[in-house]
Design a protein around this ligand. Structure first.
Ligand code: AMP
Length: 541
């Protein structure tokens, strides 16, 4: 037997019903972004390797060990072989597109959002995958468009708070810091190197390397044995120049003005080289008990300002700020916080009662779907019981299609929540299925009363019911119908009455006297109880 193939380690399939939650998250994000004036951008899933090396940074974990990179062979003499990489993040692609399409020439602030898979060869664990999804946005433009203003930082962060609240994420925490200008960082890096030199040998292997290559990254480290050293290192706040300090204070002031709670975290430098000034992260409480379901991977999203990125990529000066939400983690947090996607059952299940009814079932389903209803179609090979079971699982109602229904022009639908059954003409079906709640006194409704239910189940079933046999006049049939439908005759739709009576008139009606009612030779309908009798006389008025 051939071996079974599986999804690659660190990748996974997302299936219904979970994907409904993904759709809800994405729809909410789109709605929120649109309220803040963002438009969607879609960039390619792979780019030249150079793009990420120059923006994210050669010394970062992402570029040095996590990228999916390959040598793409030339296929024609006119092509050159080149090194390509699956995007590990999307900001670099957006800024490349900004430069390539000269969006800066518009002079306008560009507000762009994206949504899509990213790829990093990380050690897979809960909340950390090799293909994961990010929802992100960037605000970028020439300085004259206001792109450098602290109000942009605060607006983006306030938008994120609004999005998380709208999604129902509980207990989120915003951590914020400023990593200053690139000159500030050079000075700070020098200070860090100096402070790290005497203690370097006490650090873990990774941090020893970082202390050499990129000391800022030591601050990111979660290695428990190094924390006492890291906590004692100089703080970047003491190395910010006046402009960066003013910028940071203005961001915090605006956040306070919009009541967005924040915590300044001096160690928050983030793993990507292109950040300047504001950096931030939203987390949820780490433990299962506190409800994130994320363990240590509790950062839901991260972002920051990248005022020099465009120039690093050979573009014009284009200050910007952006963020990326880890959608996988957002979903895990929502699931752990028991955000149920309300189960959305289909409007109806069409159950053909024989293979011959399959084409008609499909054509009725087509009509109903065109009318905006959500419909599933069964199979004429299913028995009635199986159709009911299948329908009950996925739909609110079942519509039964037998040969008799086609002949009579009537369809019977049952509502599972109330057990009410109704009869319809083909034209009336869509309208009735759109009606949210069926009431017992709706015209043509069946009650759950066993007698009426039997009567209502299928009109032709009446003919199989019992022992007494009687040929009825048209009037008698109308009276009988009123009884069967439990509705005063005057409330019945004339078209339905005419259609059904003429149908019934063609048949020899067999009456179910064993169920406690019968039609006499005079055409009156008698029920066992007095109450029923009263009803009958009313109905036959
Ligand atoms: P970054 O692009 O590294 O700033 O990450 C932004 C967000 O993406 C993080 O806060 C995570 O929520 C998410 N993220 C990053 N890497 C992964 C991964 N390997 N698997 C799942 N989510 C990730």
């Amino acid at each position: 037997m051939a071996s079974v193939l599986k999804a690659v380690r660190g990748t996974r399939d997302l299936l219904p019903p979970e994907t409904a939650l993904w759709s809800r998250v994405e729809a909410t994000a789109r709605a929120v972004f649109s309220r803040y004036g963002f438009g969607e951008i879609r960039t390619p899933v792979f780019e030249t390797t150079d793009l990420f090396a120059r923006s994210v940074g050669e010394e970062t974990d992402i570029v040095s060990k996590e990228m999916y990179t390959w040598e793409d062979r030339a296929r024609a003499a006119s092509e050159k072989a080149q090194s390509l990489t699956l995007r590990p993040e999307n900001t670099a692609g957006v800024v490349r597109a900004y430069i390539e399409h000269k969006l800066g020439d518009t002079g306008m602030l560009q507000k762009l959002f994206y949504l899509g898979p990213q790829f990093r060869r990380e050690r897979p664990q809960r909340g950390r995958y090799r293909q994961f999804w990010q929802i992100g946005a960037e605000v970028i433009g020439p300085a004259s468009s206001g792109s450098e203003s602290p109000i942009r930082d605060a607006e983006v962060i306030e938008m994120l708070a609004a999005l998380l609240n709208e999604l129902g994420i509980q207990g989120w925490r915003l951590e914020i810091n400023s990593v200053g200008s690139s000159e500030d960082r050079q000075r700070y890096n020098a200070a860090l190197r100096e402070a790290l030199a005497p203690v370097k040998s006490q650090l873990c292997e990774d941090n020893q390397r970082r202390a050499e290559t990129n000391p800022l990254r030591v601050l990111d480290s979660k290695a428990p044995e190094d924390q006492h050293i890291i906590n004692a290192l100089p703080k970047i706040a003491d190395y910010l120049d006046e402009a960066s300090r003013v910028h940071f204070a203005a961001v915090l002031e605006a956040l306070t003005a919009c009541s967005v709670p924040y915590h300044v975290n001096h160690r928050l430098v983030r793993g990507l080289d292109y950040y300047t000034r504001t950096t931030f992260e939203f987390t949820v409480p780490p433990s299962e008990q506190d409800g994130s379901g994320l363990g240590t991977q509790n950062a839901l999203l991260g972002g920051g300002r990248y005022d020099g990125l465009s120039e690093m990529l050979g573009g014009p000066k284009a200050p910007g700020i952006g963020f990326a939400i880890g959608e996988d983690r957002l979903i895990l947090a929502l699931q752990a916080q028991a955000a149920e996607v309300p189960e959305k059952k289909l409007d109806a299940y069409i159950a053909p009662m024989g293979k011959a009814q399959n084409p008609a079932a499909l054509s009725i389903a087509k009509e109903l779907r065109a009318a905006g209803l959500r419909i599933e179609v069964g199979d004429g090979a299913f028995r009635l019981k199986k159709s009911f079971e299948a329908a009950d699982k996925i739909a609110r109602r079942i519509v039964i299609l037998g040969e008799d229904e086609f002949k009579s022009g009537f369809y019977i639908a049952k509502d599972f929540a109330t057990s009410l059954q109704r009869l319809f003409t083909r034209e009336g079906l869509a309208k009735a299925l759109k009606q949210k709640n069926w009431q017992i006194n709706d015209p043509l409704i069946r009650s759950s009363d066993p007698l009426k239910q039997t009567v209502g189940l299928r009109m032709p079933a009446l003919m199989l019911l019992a022992d007494a046999k009687s040929a009825l006049s048209n009037e008698e049939l109308r009276a009988f119908l009123a009884l069967a439908l439990g509705t005063p005759l005057r409330d019945l739709d004339q078209e339905i009455i005419d259609n059904m009576t003429s149908q019934l008139a063609k048949e020899n009606l067999v009456i179910g006297s064993n169920l406690g009612w019968q039609i006499t030779a005079s055409g009156r309908i008698h029920l066992q109880s007095e109450m029923r009798k009263d009803e009958t006389s009313e109905n036959t008025d």
